[in-house]
Design a protein around this ligand. Sequence first.
Ligand SMILES: C[S@@+](CC[C@H](N)C(=O)[O-])C[C@H]1O[C@@H](n2cnc3c(N)ncnc32)[C@H](O)[C@@H]1O
Length: 207
Amino acid sequence: MTETSTNDEVRRLEDLWAGQHGDEYVDRNFDAYSKRGPWWHKMIAQTRPTRVLEVGCNVGGNLRYIAKEAPDAQIYGIDINRKALGLVREIVPEGNFMREHASELPFRDGWFDFVFTMGVLIHQPDDSLETVMSEIVRVSRRYVMAGEVYSAERNSIPYRGIPESFIGRDYGGIYQRVAPELTLVDTGEMGKDEDFDTLRYWLFEKK
Ligand SMILES: C[S@@+](CC[C@H](N)C(=O)[O-])C[C@H]1O[C@@H](n2cnc3c(N)ncnc32)[C@H](O)[C@@H]1O
């Protein structure tokens, strides 16, 4: 693949989330996060973060619970969709929110102790996936977590008629290849009963 087509593919998916598709996602899912609290209660009890970043935070369906469970923690979220950012600033007023690209995080190495994605790596093209993961690992000094759609082999799943925009992969395996300093400390399934898609999570510690 040439450099130009690489950039085209990254731009296609970023434009999708920044534009009408991303705005419609916000409208469709605005009320869809009410049952996520118990899952985050356990995760925060396990990790006790003091400075957290969610990459692709949307309207704060995760960060609203982290802010409750870890009231002294500094909360950060980045996203590419302006509508989502406008809403999350109202929903999680104690947070710091910025419009940024997942592939270029504007933070110092090790600035956070917990950095995660939830249903965001599935929307990254092959060309930028490892860059996004490396950035996430770079800005965390301790925990890296991914909640994503697992597939042992790369599996592009039809999504609202848009080709190559939702990809199941072995995200845990890819993280360990991209960042061998990560040690897996917990993994499991999450699902509709908790207001998540059917996802697998991987919690890594940098050691
Ligand atoms: C499926 S939503 C998941 C939202 C949230 N993490 C959750 O669990 O509810 C994906 C989010 O990632 C954002 N996103 C996708 N690609 C991105 C990129 N390359 N950089 C920044 N944000 C991105 C989208 O705008 C959207 O808000």
